[in-house]
Every structure is written in C-alpha cells, then in structure tokens.
Design a protein around this ligand. Structure first.
Ligand code: PMP
Length: 360
C-alpha cells in the first residue's frame, strides 16, 4: 500500500494511525460484535464514544463550562444560516468582516435573514491582508460580530483575536480549529465543518456560549435551533455517528501528539519552511501579506501559468496530490493541516526545487 501526500483543502488527509485504528475496529468495535456504523446512537456503546469525544475536545481546546459543544450536520454552510437565525435575538443587525470568499458566503446568507453590515473588508488588497483592527466600524448594538479566522481559498489567517467588547464574537473556524491553542472564552460561538482538522465530512462542530442559546427567531425549524440540539445532547435526530467516532479518534491522536501547543509548533514550522522556500525561489509566489499568511492553506503560483499542468503531473508522479488551486483563483494550493506530516511538506519543497531546476 502506498499512501500519497494529500494536500486537499477538504475533505483532507487524516492521520494514518487513526485510519489504521478505524480499520482494526471496523467490523467489531471492541468486542461489541458490531461496527460503530451499526450502533444505535442511544446505546451505551455509542454514548461512551460520543462522551469521550466531547471530553477530549473540551480538554484539547480548554473549553470553559460556560460553553456547550454541539455535534451537528449540514456543514459550515448551514451555520451561515443558523448563526443569524439564532443569534440575532431581535436585534436590528449583525456585523460581518469580509476577508474573502468564505466570509462573503456567510454575509450573503445572513443578508437573507436580516441585516448584515460589513464593518471591515480587505477587498481593496484583493483579500491578501486582514483589515487592521482600528479600521473596523463596529456597531455597539450589533447582535454579534462574525469573522473568518482562516480563509481556506485565499490562504489568509488572523493571528490575533478581534476585540469586540460586549458584542459576542462569532467565528467560522472550519480550516483552522485545532491548529493551535485557542482562548475559547473570547468567543460567543465557534463553528467548523469537520473535514479539515477534525475528521470526515458530515460532522459540524459548534461551540456556543450558553447564554446565546434559546433566542432563535420565531418560526425557526427545530433542526436549525441550537436550543433543541443542546437540550438533546446533539441527539435530537440521528447524529452522524461514524464521523463523530472518527473525530474522537482524531482527538485522541492529538492528545498523544502532545495537544495543541505541540501541534502549533509543528504547524508553524511546516508553514514557515514552505513560505520561506516560495519567497526565496524567485519562481513561485504567494501574494499574501506575511503578517497574515495561513498556517493551514498555502496558495502559490508559478512564474508561468503555462507550466501548471506539468507541475501537477510531475507532483502526482512524486506522490504529491490535490495541489491544484481553487477553481476561482487558479495556481496551486497546498493545504497542510494537522494530519499532513512534516515529511510531506519537505517532499513538496524538494519537488518544487527539482521542478524549477528541470523546467527548461
Ligand atoms: N467556511 C470555510 C472557511 C471553509 O473552508 C468551508 C469549506 N471549504 C466552508 C465554510 C464550507 O464548509 P462546508 O462544505 O462544510 O459547508
């Protein structure tokens, strides 16, 4: 069996140890005589899996008791709607920061459900920066402030937490959660699709301060109401049990690796060596302001786009896959989430060097 280095933005690489463990437990989970996929979500076996996963996530992120953790479905995209449905709580509007394509999707969904004010944008830089905190025109009466700490397509990341005073801060952490320690208490709500740093697609994690639960707009369907999910332990309906289980294995793997402080050190090092090489190469280019380059998603272009196809073909031959940039921006993108081994980044840099040498 030959595993490749998979640089996909998501669904993304999972730790090989987790996949091996899942394989070993696939048919008969710990002498239960059945697969996790076949278990009742209300049975004691699955409840133990679910509770352990939540406890480990709480430990990894040091989630305070003030915050509930929900294991939902619908992806981060569903949260674009659930956040305004639940958090507007009769207020006139919410503030949104626009740093790229995922922010824009969140904004357009919020606009359907009420007023979304764009209080800061980095559009003038073609989304290669994040707006400086002093430039945000925050409304003290806003229901919440929403931002996207890591723009998966643009490769732009906030390396600081915005200060929004008493207005709850809401973050789409889909592509950065668990990449480093996080001060969860600073947030009213955090959401993330699982398929990057958490586990398989189909699971969405929401971490929400308890006082923000229970204010859904009249007419909100049950499945869109945080209160219903919180009151039912994320089991109002059948949850994505297998994805929840795999996420739990990923959390255990993160703990074995030394937790998020250890992950942050590796992630920073992986990103730095790739950016350093790109900047020094004179052939590859990353347009993002060095102060807000993503640790997780590294877009880059070649000096001549006519070489893109040859680059991708050669990369595939070297066991480096899914490097093609998002269809909206072209070029390349290397997503280097927690589960991408440092050796994978080293192999990519070696290949990039060889490609430059041989391109003529
Ligand atoms: N937000 C961000 C930052 C993302 O990267 C993605 C997926 N790439 C989404 C939202 C949408 O997530 P989903 O497909 O889980 O709805």
């Amino acid at each position: 069996m030959a595993r490749v280095y998979n640089f996909s933005a998501g669904p993304a690489v999972l730790p090989e140890e987790v996949l091996t463990q899942a394989r070993d437990e696939l048919v008969d989970w710990r002498s239960s005589g059945m697969s996790v996929m076949e278990m009742s979500h209300r049975g004691k076996e699955f409840i133990s899996i679910a509770e352990k996963a939540e406890a480990d996530l709480r430990e990894l992120l040091a989630i305070p008791a003030s915050h509930k953790v929900l294991f939902l479905q619908g992806g981060a995209t569903q949260q674009f709607a659930m956040v305004p449905m639940n958090l507007l709580r009769g207020k006139k509007s919410a503030d949104y920061v626009n740093t790229g394509q995922w922010s824009k999707k969140a904004i357009s969904e919020a606009k359907k459900l009420g007023a979304a004010n764009v209080v800061a944008t980095s559009e003038a830089s073609n989304f290669t920066t994040v707006p400086a905190p002093g430039a945000w025109k925050l409304d003290p009466n806003a229901a919440y402030v929403h931002y996207t700490p890591n723009e998966t397509i643009g490769g732009v990341e906030f390396h600081w937490i915005p200060d929004t005073g008493d207005v709850p801060l809401v973050a789409d952490m889909s592509s950065t959660i668990l990449s480093r320690p996080l001060d969860v208490a600073r947030y009213g709500l955090i959401y993330a699709g699982a398929q990057k740093n958490i586990g398989p697609a189909g699971l969405t994690i929401v971490i929400v301060r308890e006082d923000l639960i229970g204010g859904a707009a009249p007419g909100t369907p049950s499945m869109m109401d945080y209160r219903i999910h919180a009151e039912n332990g994320s089991m109002y309906n059948t949850p994505p049990t297998y994805a929840w289980y795999i996420a739990g294995l990923v959390f255990e793997w993160l703990k074995r690796r030394g937790g998020l402080k250890a992950m942050a050190a590796v992630n920073e090092r992986k990103a730095k060596k790739l950016y350093d090489y790109i900047d020094a190469s004179g052939f590859y280019r990353n347009p993002v302001d060095p102060a807000c380059r993503s640790w997780m998603n590294v877009p880059f272009t070649l000096a001549d786009a006519a070489l893109d196809e040859a680059f991708l073909k050669g990369a595939k031959g070297a066991g480096l896959v899914q490097l093609k940039g998002h269809r909206s921006v072209g070029g390349m993108r290397a997503s280097i989430y927690n589960a991408m081994p440092e050796a994978g980044v080293d192999a990519l840099i070696d290949y990039m060097k060889t490609f430059v040498k041989n391109k003529g």
